[in-house]
Design a binder for this molecule. Structure first.
Ligand code: EPZ
Length: 420
């Protein structure tokens, strides 16, 4: 397994270009199951997770071609409604094929996605939503089986107990070919959901309200093939912003959508970091010192849980004490233990509060990545630590960050991948 070695102490400087968003691309690619023809996705990031969903669609019978950052998917040949355990276990977001398969075939079998390091990650809201649309759900031998009782799903009112991103996406895709109208209430409002709704409408769907808590979908009979561009990754953007702030650097982050990172900008400015906003880029200049700022992770447009680990690395070298409240996932502080090994001063109380007492310096150390965003947190810590940091299990990072070491070294970081 590859490792990443970082020698700390550099101030990042220069330009970095943001890739397409993994969490926008995955539901978009799943939506090609609904389309009668070849759908073309551009600005698709080259990531392990994209490869995983491509393999899953090919296993179902789709024809896929991934050239540079363009992925085309022809779903017409799909002749299988079962998403195998071996493929689903590699990536939880495979659950996103469930809604489209039931919508198109009236029947689907998808392996229960396991939990992951950050939490149990249940999918109960996905399933109760499908039941409300007339699907019979059974769970046997680790597989979810969904079967419509009538010829196809029927629109209904669905109320989410809490906003769920992939739950909203799955049920939106299930509803586009259903009979009648579906209303999703307390829906998630993430930009990735708006991106998906806009793509589905371009294909001929009739969706309104995406980006708000109430999404209405009028079922149609057919979706037509189109070309769709994946939006930039707001979490990759935030990750480079946090790294620029932590190293006291001066970085221009290009090809992003500032409107999607309002919560991150506001918190970074609170730390004394200078953030200049342009139409499709932000310039981040680290201040002389880093002020400690409390954060609470919330559904969009609140401060994103996917930025919590990166922000904790920044707070680890801030000039005071910061309280980090992780309100979305039950076990998303695993990176704290690794930061402690680097000399951070962090204490966790009742599972989802972390008190981060800023220290003058972190020390480089051998550390282990536990999940996608934790790995980004360890890169930021390595960039500011004294000495060398060696991060193992970087396959976690390869799932969601494209060419991460190339991008950081282009900004002046002393970072290299040790293949093994
Ligand atoms: C999406 O996961 C993202 N993944 C996650 O990004 C992100 O952290 C998360 O949304 C929250 O923003 C993708 O988009 C592929 P949720 P998702 O359903 O949809 C509970 C990354 O690093 N819940 O919004 O799985 C759940 O346990 C990943 O890129 C239920 O209880 O998250 C959590 O506490 C990590 N029942 C909360 O809701 C359900 O049926 C929000 O989860 C569904 C969710």
């Amino acid at each position: 397994m590859d490792k990443i070695q970082i020698k700390g102490g550099c101030r990042l400087g220069g330009d970095v270009f943001i890739s397409g968003a993994k969490n926008a691309a995955l539901p978009l690619i799943a939506s090609s199951i609904l389309v009668d023809g070849q759908t073309v996705f551009t600005n698709v990031p080259r990531l392990m997770d994209i490869n995983s969903i491509k393999l899953l669609l090919e296993d179902l019978g789709a024809v896929c071609e991934f050239d540079d950052h363009t992925l085309s998917v022809d779903g017409r040949g799909i002749n299988k409604i079962e998403a195998e355990y071996d493929l689903v276990r590699k990536m939880r977001a495979s659950i996103l094929v469930l809604g489209p398969l039931v919508a198109r075939f009236g029947h689907a079998k998808v392996s229960m996605p396991g939990g992951c390091a950050i939490g149990a990650r249940p999918v109960n809201m996905h399933l109760t939503g499908l039941e409300a649309m007339g699907a019979e759900i059974t769970i046997e031998h680790g597989y979810i089986e969904a079967k419509t009782t009538g010829p196809r799903l029927t629109g209904n009112e669905i109320y989410f107990d809490i906003p769920t991103v992939t739950g909203t996406e799955n049920l939106m895709m299930a509803a586009v070919l259903a009979k009648g109208e579906t209303v999703l209430r307390n829906a998630a409002r993430e930009p990735e959901i708006v991106c998906l709704a806009e793509a589905l409408n371009k294909m001929g769907a009739r969706i309104s309200g995406a980006g708000t808590a109430i999404i209405t979908i009028e079922g149609v009979d057919k979706l037509n093939p189109v070309e769709v561009r994946v939006i930039p990754d707001r979490i990759e953007t935030g990750t480079f912003m946090a790294a620029a702030a932590a190293t006291g650097g001066d970085v221009m982050i290009r090809g992003c959508i500032p409107d999607h990172i309002g919560g991150i900008i506001s918190k970074l400015r609170g730390t004394g970091t200078e953030v200049e906003v342009f139409e499709d880029s932000v310039r981040v200049r680290g201040g002389a010192s880093i002020k400690s700022v409390d954060i609470k992770t919330l559904p969009y447009p609140g401060f994103p849980t996917d930025m919590q680990a990166q922000f904790m690395a920044l707070m680890a070298i801030a000039d005071g004490n910061a309280v980090i409240h992780e309100s979305i996932f039950e076990n998303r502080f695993i990176h704290a233990n690794e930061l402690l090994r680097m000399g951070a001063d962090i204490s966790i109380s009742n599972g989802n509060y972390a008190m981060v007492r800023g220290v003058k310096k972190l020390q480089g150390a051998p550390v282990m990545a536990s999940d996608l965003r934790a790995s980004a947190s360890l890169v930021i810590a390595g960039l500011v630590a004294e000495g060398t940091t060696l991060i193992s299990r970087v396959y976690h990072m390869d799932r969601g960050y494209e060419a991460i070491e190339e991008k950081f070294s282009a900004l002046g970081a002393d970072i290299l991948r040790i293949k093994s």
